[in-house]
Unconditional design. Structure first.
Length: 718
């Protein structure tokens, strides 16, 4: 809705003509701009005069042509609102000095200023020509901010000329230019508003999406006037789409924003009127009345007669539906008073009808008859034909009410005429209703007859389908029986062949099982033999230990013997728990041996960290027993005597295969390095050397830090 005296365009929604202050490279122009801003704050009522005086004072002493051109541009802007002739004169001076000194930006500013003068006469084609020229110049000098400003003016001029495709191209190219750049929120929001204008006629949903994107950028700069215009646009688009709830929500946002700024009377009237009109559409008549009263009061005070008619009409409708008939009659008559000033009003008959009905309710039959005649005159002679064409129209009640009013005033002739028209229309209505009913019954009869024929045809088709299905079923049974006999014969033949093959497989498997059983028996005998040898080895070890140890060292004797027996017992445990009875998984065996050492030495071993690396290595039982005894002796020796006060004791056991087919067992610790002192320890190390000779291996001892034992050996033959 556009209102005279409005500062905000309530339909177009573009920002007021003007632009942000340009950055100047000249120091004196910057000082001049700062001085003007200070005067704005100190003397708000005289800011324009003070600014002009300041610019003129700077102009008298300025020698730089470009700075003089910028001053002319500022004077042209300052005089635009108060003295258009002076503004044009300074703008012409701006053009002359810019051409003389080839100041291209000054020429572009001249064209932008020309747009301001042309906006008063709405010369869209000339505005587009000036905007295009300015846009090309700003693009060549790479002034992005002014280029976007000129693009916005050009796109709006294209919209006024109904060149929607050109306006869309300008907006999209401008958005693409600044899509990845920081800032330019006002320019981006303006381009999305222009895209919304372009899509309003073709795609309302897309127009709403563009306006919502514009809101995002306008919220960043928090300019209430831009937000107000954008929310008003959203409200208008939602009204066009018929979504009055969203339209009302956005209109109420406008009401909240206007508290932050000072609006002119035209803007305030348009805002209150828009909210009230939407609430009337939503049948919120009680809520609409205060807004419409505010709008009507502003319109009457400021002489906005053309807009007051629409506001008074909506307010009369709100009073009518809330049964405030006296107020409705008063507002209807007030709205009728504005009819002579607005020839585009289309709600004249509705006003006459509301005035007629309210007069009739109040008992003023003469006035009711008067408004009835006006209503009939407004509807012209074609009203009766229209009513007869659209039977059931609410206008038909007008003639009955007119007849009642004429009879109460004594005008029985007029009452008869109105009643005659009413009765003739009712009679014609009844006749038409009878004909429609007969036609409907005839159509129903024909439809029923066709349904019966269709059902009969359907029954016959179903019978034919059943007969054909019976024949097909007989054929299927016959062919199925023959196929079953063939399949049965083939199945029996295949079963006989498979049974013979299965018998051969069973015989072959039985032979394999018998061979495996014989092999297992041999292995079991070998294991019993090795167990006897291992027990003999245990006895020998115990005898040697007994000779080397005194009676006072019985606990050490038992502990050493227990560890050696456990190391051999683990070998047999691994064998009977695995599928392979001949070879031992050495990684798992060493882990279990270390775990048994934990249990043997108690809490003292809990602070020691062990690392075992013997993955994917398997040894025969004799090699594994020998290696296990060696590792056990080294573990006992290290855990009892190697660490002392070492803060983080660690033992690493690593076994790997060498390139020549031999193996390396490396046992290392980070202890003190002094582990061979004492009689017991000497026996343990001597036992390690004897076991190494049994493997036909070589033992080397490395020193510091800690102790490292390297055992090179080859796997014994089984």
């Amino acid at each position: 809705m556009e209102v005279k005296g409005s500062e905000i365009d309530w339909d177009i929604g573009h920002p007021p003509i003007g632009r942000s202050p340009r950055k100047s490279k000249m120091i004196r122009v910057v000082v001049m701009a700062v001085s003007c801003l200070c005067m704005y704050a100190v003397y708000p009522q005289q800011k324009q005069d003070k600014t002009i005086d300041s610019l003129l004072a700077v102009l008298r002493y300025e020698k730089n042509p470009k700075a003089i051109a910028d001053i002319y541009d500022g004077l042209s802007h300052q005089y635009l609102g108060s003295n258009v002739d002076a503004s044009r004169e300074y703008n012409q001076l701006l053009l002359e000095i810019s051409r003389t000194h080839r100041y291209r930006q000054g020429i572009a500013k001249y064209h932008i200023n020309c747009v301001s003068y042309l906006s008063f006469i709405d010369d869209a084609s000339t505005i587009a020509r000036h905007a295009r020229t300015a846009r090309e110049i700003f693009q060549s000098v790479r002034d992005t901010s002014e280029f976007l400003y000129a693009s916005g003016i050009l796109a709006q001029a294209y919209i006024r000329e109904l060149k929607m495709k050109e306006a869309q191209n300008v907006a999209l190219s401008s958005l693409q230019l600044v899509s990845m750049a920081n800032g330019y929120e006002w320019e981006k929001g303006t381009m999305y508003v222009i895209l919304s204008d372009v899509e309003r006629e073709a795609n309302l949903d897309l127009a709403i999406q563009h306006l919502r994107k514009a809101l995002i950028f306008f919220r960043k700069i928090d300019n209430p006037r831009f937000l107000l215009a954008c929310y008003n646009r959203l409200s208008t688009v939602y009204q066009i789409s018929g979504d009055y709830n969203e339209a009302l929500r956005n209109a109420l946002f406008c009401v909240d924003i206007q508290k932050r700024i000072t609006l002119g009377p035209g803007d305030r009237m348009a805002m209150w009127s828009a909210v009230g009109e939407i609430q009337v559409h939503l049948r919120q008549y009680e809520k609409a009345q205060p807004y419409l009263l505010k709008a009507l009061r502003i319109g009457i005070e400021n002489g906005f007669d053309l807009q007051c008619g629409n506001v008074a009409h909506n307010l009369a409708v709100a009073y009518y539906h809330t049964k405030r008939y006296a107020d409705c009659l008063r507002l209807s008559e007030q709205a009728i008073g504005f009819l002579h000033k607005d020839t585009t009003i289309t709600y004249e008959p509705e006003l006459y009808n509301m005035a007629r009905y309210c007069s009739y309710i109040k008992g003023d039959y003469r006035k009711a008859a008067y408004y009835t005649r006006l209503s009939r005159a407004a509807q012209h002679e074609g009203d009766v034909a229209e009513i007869r064409q659209h039977l059931g129209s609410p206008f038909i009640g007008r003639y009955r009410a007119a007849a009642s009013a004429d009879s109460l005033m004594g005008d029985f002739r007029g009452g008869y005429k109105n009643l005659y028209v009413y009765m003739s229309i009712i009679q014609e209505w009844n006749e038409k209703e009878k004909k429609d009913r007969i036609a409907k019954l005839q159509a129903q009869f024909e439809l029923t007859d066709k349904d019966l024929q269709l059902k009969d045809l359907t029954i016959r088709r179903q019978k034919d389908k059943l007969r054909i299905a019976g024949q097909q079923r007989d054929l299927i049974v016959t062919y199925g029986a023959a196929g079953f006999l063939v399949l049965l014969t083939v199945s029996i033949t295949l079963a006989l062949v498979n049974s013979r093959r299965n018998a051969a497989r069973v015989r072959h498997k039985n032979a394999l099982i018998e061979a495996s059983l014989r092999e297992k028996n041999l292995l079991l005998k070998e294991i019993h033999h090795r167990v006897k040898n291992n027990l003999q080895l245990v006895i020998s070890l115990l005898n040697i230990q007994a000779r080397e140890t005194g009676q006072d060292d019985i606990e050490t004797f038992l502990e050493k013997g227990r560890g050696r027996i456990v190391s051999m017992a683990l070998i047999h445990q691994h064998l009977y728990q695995s599928d392979d009875l001949a070879r031992v998984d050495f990684q798992q065996y060493l882990e279990n041996l270390v775990s048994a050492s934990y249990e043997s030495f108690g809490p003292e071993s809990e602070r020691i960290r062990f690392e075992v690396h013997a993955h994917d290595l398997h040894f025969d039982i004799q090699t594994a027993i020998t290696l296990g005894l060696i590792v056990n002796e080294l573990l006992c020796n290290a855990m009892k005597h190697a660490f002392g006060d070492v803060p983080e004791p660690r033992i690493v056991i690593r076994v790997r295969e060498e390139p020549d087919g031999a193996f390396l067992l490396r046992f290392s610790d980070n202890g003190t390095g002094d582990v061979e002192t004492g009689k017991a320890q000497s026996f343990g190390l001597e036992l390690v050397r004897l076991l190494t000779q049994q493997l036909d291996g070589h033992l080397s001892i490395g020193e510091g830090p800690g102790t490292t034992y390297d055992l090179f050996f080859k796997e014994e033959a089984a």
